[in-house]
Design a protein around this ligand. Sequence first.
Ligand SMILES: Cc1cc2nc3c(=O)[nH]c(=O)nc-3n(C[C@H](O)[C@H](O)[C@H](O)COP(=O)(O)OP(=O)(O)OC[C@H]3O[C@@H](n4cnc5c(N)ncnc54)[C@H](O)[C@@H]3O)c2cc1C
Length: 565
Amino acid sequence: MFVPAIKGSATEEQQNKWLPLANTMQIIGTYAQTELGHGSNVRGLETTATFDPVTDEFIIHSPTLTSSKWWPGGLGKVATHAVVYAQLITDGKEYGVNGFLVQIRSLEDHFPLPGITVGDIGMKFGSGAFNSMDNGVLRFDRVRIPRNQMLMRVSKVTREGKYVESNIPKQIIYGAMVYVRQKIVADASIALSRAVCIATRYSAIRRQFGSPQNDQNGNGIETQVIDYKTQQSRLFSLLASAYAFRFVGEWLKWLYTDLIQKLEGHDFSTLPEVHACTAGLKSLTTSAAADGIEESRKLCGGHGYLSSSGLPELYATFVPACTYEGDNVVLLLQVSRFLMKTISQLQSGKKPTGTTAYIGHVEHLIQCHCKVKKAEDWLNLSVILEAFEARAIILLIACAENLTKFANPLQGFSELSSDLAEAAVAHCQVIVVSKFIEKLQQNIEGNGVKQQLETLCYIYSLNLIHKHLGDFLSTRSITPKQASLASDQLRSLYAKVRPNAIALVDAFNYTDHFLGSVLGSYDGNVYPKLYEEAWKEPLNESVVPDGYHEYIRPVLTQQLQNARL
Ligand SMILES: Cc1cc2nc3c(=O)[nH]c(=O)nc-3n(C[C@H](O)[C@H](O)[C@H](O)COP(=O)(O)OP(=O)(O)OC[C@H]3O[C@@H](n4cnc5c(N)ncnc54)[C@H](O)[C@@H]3O)c2cc1C
């Protein structure tokens, strides 16, 4: 985030000075925004940057305990510099939060510079995982920096102390957020596909209970757990999500490149839509991936709880993605605000574009009726997309209408926040489904590959209909009969995936080293590996444990004496 922040908010001259230093690791940067008392509410940050016209410097100060910077990655022990977000004060007036480049440690001996207090915030969730990262705490006691270390692309303070805004829209700094969030979506697809790969391979090895081939005494080969329909519905819906997130992630990467080209040409028109889209998809994919990793652990039964399964570590490392770079609920509420604005602009004739284009077809979508009459009718991608669009638009229109019933928009947004967040999720699901469909319209090489991906696209969509049935029924996007036909169709789709399930996870092309899981290794040699792994446990280095004489023996002899008495 240090480098993207400089790229997004620094002037060209500042970028020329700082980026080469950061990119060649002559300085090590951290992104210091969050404070002990404030994270999501950036406007509430308390750190101050007060301009001193006498010395042409800013004075960076932490006026309260809650203004201590808290969480920045790499800050605790490693970073030498920070982009610090602080309330800008000049000529006695506050001008809101701005970024400042502050050196925090000496480049000679790494000691904190005068006025700086810095350290690590302590152990985090899980035993390994994020604990290799020194998330830190940072306080400033009137630390002075040159004026030209304020990041001045969007606004600046002159030598005389005058605050001047440039003609570049403030939203340009969203470019850095779009970059980081599209990376997080790609990470979510990787994390989920790793978990699904482990759970799928293990489910093909693990056997429980009898099978139809058993003799009358129940002897014979047991059933592979992957053949249980419950296991298939849990596992294959995650497999489909892993593919869906991969494709939407690829598309987001393209979207970011397209945005940067437009920004370079001073075209800022798509920025709000792209920003809302990446915020929403970051929220949707990280929440689903975190839940999916935990579900994969359960799909592996007891062995999934072992560290050697790789799943606990994967979960603990990935789950903070639901919080950093914007809490997922807070992000959904931002998306819903953008969507409410888009709807309100319909009356003035402004046509929604990009991922919101379907909102422009509101009349058609409100009146359309899903045409499904038998289970096979669900195998029609345009029918599916229309059902998702209809559900999203009806939820959004309902929110927009309900908002008008409140005395003011602020109260309305607060009271309706749960409905707004749900409507934002529905909108984001439209994006994922439509990008999966677009992928299928491309040339896909390999015999039968396209058909398999199509099956996964149906599973992803129909499983979401099943999960959000209340929404689909209450918005009348589908009927109860069509919902039950969707469930029928899902069952046959799972049967279609079953023979190719292993190939579909092998296709992720993850090495055993990368997976880090004895349950998910390519050769499927699970039990010998689990057994071998147990003997690597340091507790097993001694047969009689260290504390035996101190703790165990006295208890045992005490019990023996009591029994004799
Ligand atoms: C592993 C990790 C690494 C991080 N790295 C960095 C870093 O490098 N630099 C940095 O500056 N920060 C970093 N952070 C901080 C992170 O960005 C914040 O924690 C995050 O933005 C959430 O803010 P918060 O902690 O204030 O949560 P809060 O906003 O306090 O959230 C608490 C709860 O309140 C809810 N909530 C908050 N506001 C609203 C609202 N308006 N409406 C409805 N519900 C609301 C949230 O949904 C959540 O359930 C990191 C955090 C973690 C966990």
